[in-house]
Design a binder for this molecule. Structure first.
Ligand SMILES: [Fe+2]
Length: 355
């Protein structure tokens, strides 16, 4: 990579190499990393004025160490916590450069990228420090229909991703809701069986302490509209950040666990597994004392998720801690296309007398 200066000389970067992405539906092994809320830290401890993201370097280093076994990364919001200071963006991009120069570094928008009072964000909080999404939209590539509206769909081999923007309205009737339905509906499950939804805030399920105090176990108004879309289009896994810990749910349909199985799902899935993976690096979030019935695994620590699609019918999910890179929670999914097609409650047209 390089650019020419006004005096005609050319500046070159170090030399990097990367592998081009598999085409949609390509049947090869594909490994996907997902986490949120990583942020940055100084390796020498300098300028560490608040130590706000104490796990950031551990997560970054584990990913760099395993880079030969990673194909694409999704950092689902709260990227750098720059909060209006562009030097902090420089520091963050330098930190993730070994990763982002080698594999696609896909992002979602979080409150620390976007929110600012009266700027059009869904929440009137000052969390972006006045950035209003502009640095994030400018520094990273992502394929939205409109850059200021940070929702997009993307394909990676056997995966179809629908990335939502929880800093803009997602409720039924909104522009984003229409997009989410169209994105989920357009997945060709025969060729791309693994359908993944992601958003920064917890639009699904989390038992962190403040959601527990509210009794909602979600971001207010989070899943009321979206649940029927996840169900209708049989989303396999929904990922969230914002809450700085790790939690995995059972396969959920209409607030009910559809399976008591914890580690090996086979055949018809019957529900969506919701995963909070916001422990990328920022200070940790406590869980509620009550453990909801749908909560399968909770971890108060920093970590990230790795998905491995071996082919169209076999998926491995692993949660790894950033401190040691070891797997602490995992499950597998084994199923065929006919299992995706199978009718689950309201996911098929109502039957007629003739049937
Ligand atoms: Fe956040």
């Amino acid at each position: 990579m390089g650019h020419s200066l006004f005096n005609g000389s050319v500046m070159w970067s170090k030399t990097y190499s990367f592998t081009s992405s598999p085409y949609p539906g390509q049947n090869s092994i594909q490994r996907v990393i997902v986490f949120g809320d990583m942020g940055k830290a100084e390796r020498d401890g300098s300028n560490e004025y608040s130590d706000y993201q104490p796990g950031a370097l551990n997560t970054t280093d584990q990913l760099i160490r395993d880079l030969d076994n990673i194909d694409i990364v999704f950092h689902i919001g709260d990227l750098s916590y720059s909060n209006g200071y562009v030097s902090q963006w420089d520091q963050f991009t330098a930190q993730v450069e070994p990763i982002a120069s080698t594999v696609p570094y896909m992002i979602a928008s979080g409150n620390h990228e976007r929110d600012w009072p009266n700027s059009g964000s869904f929440y009137n909080t000052p969390d972006s420090g006045g950035e209003c999404g502009v640095p994030a939209e400018t520094m990273f590539y992502y394929p939205p229909q409109n850059k200021a509206k940070f929702w997009y769909s993307t394909d990676y081999g056997l995966f179809h991703f629908c990335i939502a923007d929880s800093e803009h309205d997602w409720r039924e009737g909104s522009e984003q809701y229409k997009f989410i339905e169209q994105c989920l509906a357009s997945a060709d499950r025969h060729r791309q069986p693994w359908l993944i939804f992601a958003a920064h805030r917890v639009l699904g399920y989390s038992s962190n302490s403040w959601y527990g105090q509210e009794g909602s176990y979600e971001e207010p108004m989070g899943r009321e509209s979206l649940q029927k879309l996840w169900q209708k289009y049989k989303v396999d896994i929904a990922f969230y950040g914002h809450v700085h810990n790790y939690e995995r749910s059972c396969p959920i349909y209409q607030n009910h666990c559809m399976s008591k199985e914890r580690n090996h799902y086979s055949g018809v899935m019957n529900g969506t597994i919701h995963v909070v993976v916001g422990g990328g690096g920022s200070h940790l979030t406590k869980f509620s004392q009550l453990i909801p019935y749908w909560s399968v695994y909770r971890d108060y620590d920093w970590g990230f998720v790795k998905l491995t699609a071996f082919n169209q019918s076999s998926l491995l999910f692993e949660y790894k801690k950033s401190r040691d890179g070891k797997v602490y929670d995992s499950f597998t999914v084994s199923r065929d296309y006919r299992d995706v097609l199978a009718c689950v409650h309201d996911s098929c047209e109502p039957t007629t007398l003739a049937t």
